[in-house]
Each structure stands twice: as C-alpha cells, then as structure tokens.
Design a binder for this molecule. Sequence first.
Ligand SMILES: Nc1nc2c(ncn2[C@@H]2O[C@H](COP(=O)(O)OP(=O)(O)OP(=O)(O)O)[C@@H](O)[C@H]2O)c(=O)[nH]1
Ligand SMILES: [Mg+2]
Length: 514
Amino acid sequence: MNYSFSFNFDSDFKDLLKRVEQDEKKKAPAKMKAFSQSNKAQKTVSSMIIKKNGVQVNNVAPVEKQRPNKLQEDEMNRNIEKMKLKKAHRNARGKPPGEKPKPSQSPVQVQEKVSRNKSRTVWPNEGKSAEAGLKLDYSGEKEDTSQVVLTKSEREIVGTAGGEIRDIGEDDDDYDVDISDEEINGTAETNTKKPTRGFFSSLTSLIGSKSLEEKDISPIIGKMKEHLISKNVAAETAEQLCGSVSKKLIGKVLGTFKTVQSTVKEALYEGCVQILSPKRRVDILRDALDARANKRPYAIVFCGVNGVGKSTNLAKIAFWLIENGLKVSIAACDTFRAGAVEQLRTHVRKLNALHPVDKGPETVNLFERGYGKDPAAIAMEAIAHARDTHYDVVLIDTAGRMQDNEPLMRALSKLIKVNQPDLVLFVGEALVGNDAVDQLMKFNQSLADFSNMENPRLIDGIVLTKFDTIDDKVGACISMTYTTGQPIIFVGTGQTYSDLKNLNATAVVNALLR
Ligand SMILES: Nc1nc2c(ncn2[C@@H]2O[C@H](COP(=O)(O)OP(=O)(O)OP(=O)(O)O)[C@@H](O)[C@H]2O)c(=O)[nH]1
Ligand SMILES: [Mg+2]
C-alpha cells in the first residue's frame, strides 16, 4: 500500500492555529477560585464540625487574634530578661544547662538530721511506715550525745497503750482475715455446689455416711501437709500435726452430707486453734502488780538468736508497761555485741522523754555495767537495784546467740538459774521456717542441761517478731507453740512502740488455712 501523498503541512498548521486563537479571544478570562470555594477548604471545615445528638456543633472555638497590649508586652519582656539572667547565673556555677535543681529536704530528713548523727535517706514516697521504721532501729547506735527529738507520731502514741494489748488485726492491716463463717465452722460442706476457696477447693470430695479409712484421707492429708509447709510451718511440725489429724479421723463415721475434705479441714482447724490457745494465761500486768504489792520487782528475761528483735521488742514492752503505770528498769545484759548498751540507752532516753516525771526517779532506768562483764551478775545487781529504788519491772536484755553456741548457752542458763526471773521469753522471728523447731528445742535443752537442776527453768513464753513482714505465711506461730507448748505472749508488728500485739488464734488459723 502506498501511503505517500502530498499536503502542505506548514500552511494547514498556521490556518488551524489562527482559528483557535480567535476562538479563545472571544471567551472571558477565567477568574482564580477563592480558597473557601476549593474542595480542600470544604474538607478541612467539615472535619471541625462534630455532631452532638444529631445537632451540629462547632468543634473549635473561634480564635480571636489578640495583640498583646503595652502592659502585657512589658511584662513579657521583663520575664524574658529574668530567664536570661537565671540561665547565665547557672552556667557560671558550672552546672550543665537544663539540669534540674535538687529537691529541697523533706521535713523528715531535717528531723532525722538533728536527732541522729547519720540518717538513712527517707524517700518522699515512703510514707509513714518508713519514717516510723527508723524510729526503733537503734541497733547500730554509737554514743549518742544529741538531745532527744520526738516526732509528732511518737508523741501521738502516748496514752494509747493502756490496758491489755490489742489483738492482731483488730485495728490495722497486720494482715487481712478474709474467710467466711461457713469455712470456719465447717458448714460449707452442706452446700456442695458452692466452691470453697483456698487449697481445700482443689481437693476431691467424697460424700456419704461411711467410716473413714486411711486410703480415703491420706491424699488429702498429703496436700494439707504441703499447704502447711508452704505457709512456713516447719516440715517436722507439719508432719506431726497432719499425723495427729489423720489418727483422729481414721474410723470416724461421716455424716450423710459431710465430705472427707470438710471433715479433714474441720479437724485441722480445731487442731491448730488448740495449739495456739494458751494452756495457761500469762497476765504480766496483774503479776507485776502482785510483785509490787510484795515489794519486789517482776523480772523478765529476753533471749533468742541474733538480730531477731529482742532489744526492740523489749523497748516496746517497756512502753506498754509504762503506759500502765509501772516503773521499768532495763538491765543491759548484752555485754557482748558492740553498741548493744547504747541501743538501750537511746530507747531509755526516748521512753523517758515520752513519759517525763515532775520529780523523783525517771520512769525508765537503764542499769548498765558496760561490756565484757558477766551478764548473770549484772542481772542480779539490776534486780537488787530495782528493789531498792522502787522500780516495778526489770526487763533483762541478753546477747543474741546461736542455739549451738555452747559457751553462750551456758551463760544464758546461768543467768536464768541464779536470778530465777518471773518470766523467760524466747524472742523469735515470724519469718523463720524449719529453724524455729531447732532453735526452741536447743534453747530449752540447754537451759535444762546446763542448769543441773531437777526442775530447771525453761522458756515460759514467746515473743514473735516481724509479723508485719510475712503476709499470710503465719506458720512460725504453729511451729513455735507446737514445739514448746508455750504461748505466744507478744507479737511484734512493726518498728514503733505501739507495734506490739496479742496473738489472735482464730485469725492466725484462718490465715494459715486460706
Ligand atoms: N519489721 C519489723 N522489724 C523489727 C521488729 N522487731 C524488731 N525489728 C527490727 O529488727 C532489727 C533487729 O532488732 P534488735 O532489737 O536489735 O534485735 P536483737 O535481737 O536485739 O539483736 P542482737 O542483740 O544483735 O541479737 C532492727 O532493725 C529492728 O528495728 C518487728 O516487729 N517488725
Ligand atoms: Mg539486742
């Protein structure tokens, strides 16, 4: 195919261009759109309108552009100048720009600074407990020559500890007792649909009226033992306790709607409450008043392993006795650990400042003979001095000692034998697990063995300390009372003078079986 043909491109193009130009000239020139007419402007404005209940509401407040007036402008300029000056000043002191100034000292820090030589930093968010926490920890105390400074919270507890010591959990958060009456009374089994909480709910049940055999209860008893150990009951104690519960139950006939689980639980509950219920009542206030009537001081010895809180809880007990109108002498018979005497001196100063006397002997007296002397002889002197000077109670602090340290155990046995105090208190931490049994057995054994007496004085009662640190792991209560058969007379629940409580057996068992 032949595509070649001839046309005059140049003249055709020129004609066409001329025509187009003439057409365009006839049209009016196009105007530029205002922004508000554009699609973009419509889009932006619609995004600023929200609908409230179907009614359109403008989302943005109209911004009225205001120029600062003269006065405002002057103020702004002055502030800018000030900022420039501040910055220049800071740079001149060598601090990198932007570094935050140090926060000023809190009142707690200032207070501590004047009252003690070296103070632990109290962080602002530590709150009351941290502040209070410092108060009774004078265990590292060196010679203290400063004036006694009483904090507001210390002054506030004066006059609050009269009468019997309150039970744990009565007025604070020693721990939460949260268990239903059904569970306590063992009536939960009648309502089998309702799930019971705690470890018992994980056990399978067997309902019916039948006589219990070992095979029925041994899986439950095994779990129960594990549970007790997890709550810090010493393994040995848990074993014995479960053994006796098991013995008690074998051959027992279940009621029609009773489950094995609830029967075991009931038996364990009863067993634990029985262990914690004192066989004999120790009434220190009454006995001290009796002793006063007989013109002799009432003496209490505090013993235990190192660092468990002997001196601190001795001071709390002194506070309680003073609040009950008794005069207290503290015998510094820890002649072994550096700082032990100064620690007590600090307490005595504090206690006297809290309970000042107008005239006559001070409310609390420190009987001290320095270090290295025979504690038994110092205790004897202290008791004689208290008798002569009309102090009602002598609290004898002793050095911490490990239960296997024979020379120190002999010394303790001698102190108790020659002074025959009214009460021998073993101080033990609530934190202790398996060692609780070992400590108590060996302390008792040493007191018996080294006294060479037919009826030796043994431990009469227990001070359980640091109860505030264990949450619901209350097993040490069971181990200690089970091992000695002696009651827990005081419970230490913190580090202020008012953190001294009475054991509430039911509350502890509820926490234990939770
Ligand atoms: N959280 C808490 N701490 C306690 C309690 N009782 C004592 N402490 C603290 O335990 C530490 C040791 O207390 P001390 O009273 O010195 O113990 P100790 O048994 O006399 O010590 P040694 O004489 O060295 O054997 C101190 O920091 C006390 O503040 C308590 O009930 N709760
Ligand atoms: Mg001590």
